[in-house]
Design a protein around this ligand. Structure first.
Ligand code: HEC
Length: 154
């Protein structure tokens, strides 16, 4: 191996190892469903709950499931940025704290994101195949979310 290649590999390894020292705190709140949780605010059928838990909660709730590789940087860094942005936009565990108007617009957003296949994020479904919604699941979620949206009177 050329000297320069060796040096680059060596520096790369050091940088990689140093990055591992950065282990930020986890998104792990109370495991209980609080009164402001989406599933307590609305009577959510089991099939819808399952979809939300499997496909959305890792980024849109106060509890993320951390697989082993989440401890490796820069994977964790990438995950954290999605969780942070995702929760800011929509947090199912704090849904009850949203105003009626905001709830309605979030429900509309959920329908739009699912219809356009934008959620769950493709970088997520690449690894989490189980998070991909079937056509039937998409239909069920869209139908149910629209029904709840229409039931909210402003
Ligand atoms: C891997 C993380 C991740 C998963 C899983 C995920 N989202 Fe998202 N979601 C995000 C991020 C990040 C954003 C912020 C916008 C963006 O970067 O595209 C977002 C934005 C949204 C928005 C936009 C909010 C608004 O104000 O319009 C909705 C709605 C949404 N997601 C719904 C869902 C639903 C429903 C699921 C499950 C079927 C889901 N997401 C799964 C990360 C995720």
């Amino acid at each position: 191996m050329k000297k320069i290649t060796k040096r680059i590999l060596f520096i790369g390894t050091i940088v990689f190892l140093l990055m591992q020292l950065y282990q930020p705190s986890r998104n792990e709140g109370s495991k209980k469903e609080m009164t402001e949780s989406f599933v307590r605010v609305y009577t959510v059928p089991e099939n819808i709950k399952t979809v939300l838990r499997t496909s959305c909660y890792d980024c849109h709730s106060n509890n993320t499931y951390y697989p082993w590789y989440s401890n490796i940087q820069p994977i964790r860094f990438f995950m954290d940025s999605h969780i942070e942005k995702g929760k800011k936009d929509l947090n199912f565990d704090e849904f009850g704290n949203y105003s009626k108007r905001k709830q309605k617009s979030k429900l509309d957003g959920i329908v739009k994101q699912i219809k356009s296949d934008e959620m769950p994020l493709s970088s997520y479904t690449l690894i989490h195949k189980e998070a991909i919604l079937t056509t039937a699941q998409k239909k069920e979620v869209i139908y149910w979310m629209n029904k709840i949206k229409d039931s909210i009177s402003l």
